[in-house]
Design a protein around this ligand. Structure first.
Ligand code: NAD
Ligand code: WQD
Length: 339
């Protein structure tokens, strides 16, 4: 299939491009590089062994820009990663998040349908479950109250896509609810490249390990979890990338609306992650206990059996693979991609 990949220069998009080409698909990337760098696409091309990944420097809110891409290519489906994703920033700048994520998606969907491309895989998030009603979380678990505007954009876009498909059965919509993506391609050539102070645990750990930050703050050790620190379902980004290829096959079978958790089904605490990182990589990660972070929940991990049963996909890589590959990327690229 030929796939439009919005946000393809970003962390998850760049890894997914590799899995797409490996599976015999081709892709065109649409990215405004607001949180990424074209260097990631050059490196992806090198890993795949092609001269370049076709891309357009375009904002998905730019209707004319999208029209030009659709005029030049025929797409079988879109994998829609493009969006702003910083939880804390979304509380400070809610309008910017709703406008970019929801506004951009509405424009994208309109251009897609005008060109007869009605197959979409959307990057949703475990955050739509809010404080989950059950653990492990299945897809039957009701969606909850999000604690921030970023989460609401995911929840609302899920609703938009579901309603669109209900009204027009030509649409095929797959909502992939990612848990906590970490790791990097084993080559160490591409990985997560956060600007400024990392919000997420793994890039914070790797930046402490490489000497860019003094110590990790562990946000709370009084949660009702085995060691008191928050428990999450970390998933290797290469496994997650493969999940998108599996989802494309379901789209080919005309699936209607499909909702899938993308996690391993295992919960690891903050200190589990730190200890695994130190053990596997032999580097020190100083940390100290800090107060809980507002909006955090104690435990979040999924039941991933629906994706296995219906998509034939499951995560294969271990926590050791995750911490090894995250470190391999960071130590070879201490400052991320060159500007
Ligand atoms: P990322 O920031 O690395 O990638 C997102 C890409 O979208 C970037 O390249 C950015 O430049 C681009 N982009 C943003 N707004 C755009 C716009 N208006 N037009 C064109 N391009 C635009 O993030 P990621 O970690 O790769 O996440 C990809 C998707 O998965 C996002 O939608 C994110 O919300 C979602 N997600 C991420 C996580 C996570 O922990 N990383 C978890 C759940 C869901
Ligand atoms: C993991 C654990 C923290 C940083 C977020 C979004 C979610 C999804 C994934 C996009 C928690 C603890 C963290 C630090 C810490 N993103 N922690 N010190 O909060 O599970 O999920 O990213 O959709 O929507 O909310 O991930 O990596 O921020 O935190 O102790 O410096 O690590 O408290 O227990 P989270 P995270």
């Amino acid at each position: 299939m030929n796939i439009l990949v919005t946000g393809g220069a970003g962390f998850i998009g760049s890894h997914t491009l590799i899995e797409l080409y490996k599976a015999g698909h081709t892709a065109v990337v649409a990215d405004n590089f607001s949180n990424s760098n074209p260097e990631s696409l050059r490196r992806v091309a090198g890993i795949i062994g092609i001269p370049e990944v076709p891309f357009s420097h375009v904002d998905i809110r730019d209707r004319e820009g999208l029209e030009k891409i659709f005029a030049a290519h025929r797409f079988d489906a879109c994998i829609h990663f493009a969006g702003l994703k910083a939880v804390g920033e979304s509380v400070e700048k809610p309008w910017e998040y709703y406008e970019n994520n929801i506004g951009g998606t509405l424009t994208l969907l309109d251009v897609m349908r005008r060109h007869g491309c009605k197959n979409i895989i959307f990057s949703s998030s475990a955050t739509v479950y809010g404080d989950p009603a059950e653990i492990p979380i299945t897809e039957r678990c009701p969606k909850g109250r999000c604690t921030n505007p970023y989460g609401w954009t995911k929840s609302m876009i899920e609703q938009v896509l579901t309603d669109l498909q209900k009204a027009d059965a030509e649409w095929n919509v797959i909502l992939l609810r990612y848990f906590n993506p970490v790791g990097a391609h084993p080559s160490g050539r591409i990985g997560e490249n956060p600007g400024g102070i990392p919000n997420n645990l793994m890039p914070y750990i790797t930046q402490v390990a490489v000497g860019k930050r003094k110590e990790l703050g562990v946000f709370g050790n009084d949660y009702p979890t085995p060691d008191g620190t928050g428990v999450r379902d970390y998933i290797h980004v290469c496994d997650l990338a493969a999940g998108h290829v599996a989802a494309l096959q379901a789209i080919g079978r005309r699936c209607g609306v499909g909702v899938y958790n993308m996690g391993t089904g295992h919960g690891y605490s903050v200190l589990d992650m730190v200890k695994a990182f130190v053990r596997v990589n032999g580097v020190d990660v100083p940390y100290s206990i800090k107060p809980r972070r507002a909006g955090d929940i104690a435990t979040c991990y999924c039941n991933p059996t629906k994706a296995k049963a219906e998509l034939g996909w499951e995560a294969r890589r271990s926590i050791d693979d995750m911490v090894r590959d995250s470190w391999n990327w960071q130590r070879h690229n201490p400052d991320g991609y060159p500007e």
